[in-house]
Design a protein around this ligand. Structure first.
Ligand code: SF4
Length: 111
């Protein structure tokens, strides 16, 4: 295939169609990756999750270790929870989703 000017055949800007497809692919990756990353569930064995005593099921919180925890405290009503469903993002765990019924020791009631 002949390319315009002196541009080599594989140079992206040499072919408007290729340039368009490369732009679409780059935009797709830019918007798709964060959404996909947000859906990765936070593991209770994640080092930060362990340090904060995160449990996906708040009823499993070790009461002896976290005596200030109460059954009413859940990710769903925590100030750091950004979800609207059964799972959602938490500001403390970027790129992960936490359970709405979960809990960790960084819990802060929504204002
Ligand atoms: S900071 Fe709040 S929303 Fe995030 S894991 Fe802890 S309790 Fe859940």
């Amino acid at each position: 295939m002949k390319t315009p000017g002196n541009a080599p055949p594989d140079f992206p800007s040499a072919n408007p169609r290729r340039r368009f497809l490369a732009t679409v692919a780059a935009l797709g990756a830019a918007f798709a990756l964060p959404a996909a990353a947000d859906t990765a569930p936070l593991s209770e064995t994640d080092p930060t999750a362990q340090a904060l005593g995160y449990k996906a099921d708040g009823s499993q919180v070790d009461a002896a270790k976290f005596p200030k925890h109460s059954a009413q405290q859940q990710c769903a009503n925590c100030n750091f929870y950004q979800g609207t469903a059964a799972t959602g993002p938490c500001q403390l765990f970027p790129g992960k989703s936490v359970s709405a019924k979960g809990w960790c020791s960084a819990y802060a009631a929504k204002a």
